[in-house]
Design a protein around this ligand. Sequence first.
Ligand code: ATP
Length: 234
Amino acid sequence: MLTVEDINVYYGAIHAIKGISLDVPDGEIVALIGSNGAGKSTTLRTISGLMKPKTGKILYEGHDIAGVPAHKIVGMGLCQVPEGRHVFANMTVLENLELGAYLRKDKDGIAKDMDDVFKKFPRLLERKDQLSGTLSGGEQQMLAMGRALMSRPKLLLLDEPSMGLAPLLVKEIFNIIKEINESGTTVLLVEQNANMALSIADKAYVLETGRITLSGTAKELASSEAVRKAYLGG
Ligand code: ATP
């Protein structure tokens, strides 16, 4: 579904992504793990059109989308949930969800997806008229994911969904990611929590200072000595 070929991305003179290639097959969960500053967010932002690679290709369903504006990419079914969630604090939960569907015109489809989001996240239904800025961190993560689902994505990009959440909530969020995938959405997941990411992913890549240093099935990586030492606490 998505193939990234040898991309190089810069912030001014800083060479943040140094020739990354990766493959996200249709229907799978692929995880990108690595420590702070490895370039995980930059990779996602480049795929979703928020940054332009200097060289390299990003093939999504056969089209090279490198440099295509982000709103066009969303319209093609590729949607990112950014790190830190970025919900619209002064709008209600319901208004945030409606915004997720702003490119769509199929009223019935939108209503059905709204129903599905409330089924997946009952807490959002209880709080649908609450201002989003007053939600807890976990609820804001749910809202950001729900808002992305309202665009009916084929490929969902998730940037650190576990960040700042209590362990029980992390579990809940990861169960929901698994459910979203089982109902047909392909997922590319960026995580510092390698344990959780590898527990739900089909395959994974390890990123270090802008390069992919290891890749394999999630099972292979979870049992790799190098990954265990560096990312799984021994
Ligand atoms: P984290 O988990 O801490 O977000 P990350 O793996 O997602 O880390 P990135 O945020 O992609 O890493 O950062 C990759 C590199 O690019 C880092 O060296 C970072 O300092 C640099 N970088 C990121 N954003 C900018 C920016 N706006 N301007 C300059 N350099 C940046």
